[in-house]
Design a protein around this ligand. Structure first.
Ligand SMILES: [Zn+2]
Length: 68
């Protein structure tokens, strides 16, 4: 699983790999497409498949899972 800062609901959500509809290997890692808990389609770049944060989370800063 990994966390993702959703651009639609502006929440940091815990996503499960079972929610990933598509994954594409790119130069910087793996780009995944999935549906957020709010229902919006999202994409994220996982720089390392063992990482638990997406690059969007890292850019947004580490505010904790409960941050709104
Ligand atoms: Zn969302």
């Amino acid at each position: 699983m990994f966390t993702h800062h959703c651009s639609a609901c502006s929440r940091r959500q815990l996503m499960f790999f079972s929610q990933v509809a598509r994954s594409t290997e790119v130069a910087d890692g793996i780009e995944v497409s999935f549906t957020c808990w709010c229902g919006e389609d999202q994409t994220a770049l996982l720089a390392d498949v063992t990482a638990t944060r997406t690059t969007a989370d890292i850019a947004a800063g580490d505010r904790g899972l409960v941050a709104a």
